[in-house]
Design a protein around this ligand. Structure first.
Ligand SMILES: Nc1ncnc2c1ncn2[C@@H]1O[C@H](COP(=O)(O)OP(=O)(O)OP(=O)(O)O)[C@@H](O)[C@H]1O
Ligand SMILES: [Mg+2]
Length: 319
């Protein structure tokens, strides 16, 4: 049974007041609970599109509905309860004198009791690693800290749909890793705009490629993010994890080396054979993490390499 369409974007066109045409007939549908990556080159219109999802911008033509409610001036209050956007620039999001006030702002507007507000602030600050920062001035934090704080201001009011515009830029590796873990665990609908295609590969099931104001490709993340030709023709490149995999794969098969060394690289390449769900195909993931989710770790024996080498030999011979 297919799930509920929670974001429905139909043929949206948008130009800025200076006449610059950015969205040129953008359509897409996102189901409840999906985790969708939005990728595309600089200036493609990703941030502009995202700002339409809670009505910061309204379409010049076309229609956007969130959970069946059309995004219009008179529905903005309802829409903003459902959609939380973490903007690319944290300074668009922070306006209170202290960290606590910024993170409490959303829950306060929901009319929650003080204990619940405090609990939500505590929880959101813990997710972004800013515990103990409550009394600090938001404006005096470093850029990376402000990015994390902006994230917390949205997490604290727990919207059904989370829209992230470049959440991981300027984050140190530990906080980036924590963000990835959180994104993987959440059951909310997530739209994640990022140039960090490794995050997209790790977190998202589906990927939308936005080019020149339109969706140029829409499909499983495992197809689009593995498609070198499609990515490179749109000023993008394969995720680093896949490039590493490809590099090691080439070394493995096209260089003379001791069988022992071949086995070490082979083991590394296959260290993260990985499947989403017990019944799905497993595929190679090369990334470092703290093994916080199920993997199919396999011992790779020499028969496996023989199989790959035989296949390559057959391909070389054009069979
Ligand atoms: N306020 C504005 N007025 C006029 N043009 C704008 C305005 N904001 C953005 N643009 C233009 O709209 C286009 C799309 O910008 P947008 O920020 O949506 O791109 P993006 O895909 O998010 O890019 P990036 O990868 O750099 O974040 C760009 O050409 C940009 O210069
Ligand atoms: Mg942008």
């Amino acid at each position: 049974m297919s799930k509920r369409i929670i974001i429905d974007v139909d043929n949206v066109c948008f130009s800025y007041p200076d006449g610059h045409e950015v969205l040129k007939g953008l359509s897409c549908r996102i189901e409840e609970g999906e985790k969708v990556a939005l990728i595309g080159p600089n200036g493609a219109g990703k941030s502009t599109f995202m700002s339409h999802l809670n009505g910061v911008q309204l379409p010049v033509s076309g229609r956007i509905a969130v959970d069946g409610i059309e995004v219009r001036k008179d529905t903005l209050k309802q829409i903003r309860r459902k959609v939380g956007i973490v903007f690319q620039d944290p300074d668009d999001q922070l306006f209170c004198p202290t960290v606590f006030d910024d993170v409490a702002f959303g829950p306060l507007n929901l009319g929650l009791p003080p204990e619940e507000i405090e609990a939500r602030v505590r929880e959101a600050l813990a997710v972004v690693g800013l515990q103990g920062f409550e009394a600090r001035s938001s404006f005096h934090l470093s850029f990376g800290e402000r990015k994390r704080l902006a994230l917390a201001t949205v997490l604290s009011y727990q919207p059904e749909i989370l829209v992230f515009d470049e959440p991981s830029t300027n984050m140190d590796p530990l906080n980036r890793r924590n963000l990835i873990s959180w994104l993987k665990e959440t059951d909310r609908t997530v739209l994640l705009c990022t140039h960090d295609l490794d995050i997209a590969l790790e977190v998202c099931d589906r990927c939308l490629l936005l080019v020149d104001g339109k969706i140029a490709a829409d499909g499983p993340a495992g197809d689009i993010l593995y498609n070198r030709k499609l990515l490179e023709s749109n000023k993008l490149e394969l995720p680093l994890a896949l490039m590493t995999h490809e590099l090691l794969h080439n070394i493995l098969h096209h260089q003379d080396m001791e069988e022992g060394e071949r086995l070490i690289i082979g083991r590394f390449l296959h260290a993260h054979r990985h499947a989403h769900g017990p019944d799905s195909d497993h595929h190679v993931h090369v990334h470092t993490h703290d093994l916080d989710h199920a993997h199919l770790h396999e011992e790779v024996d020499d028969a496996h390499f023989k199989e790959i080498r035989d296949k390559e030999q057959r391909e070389l011979k054009g069979e």
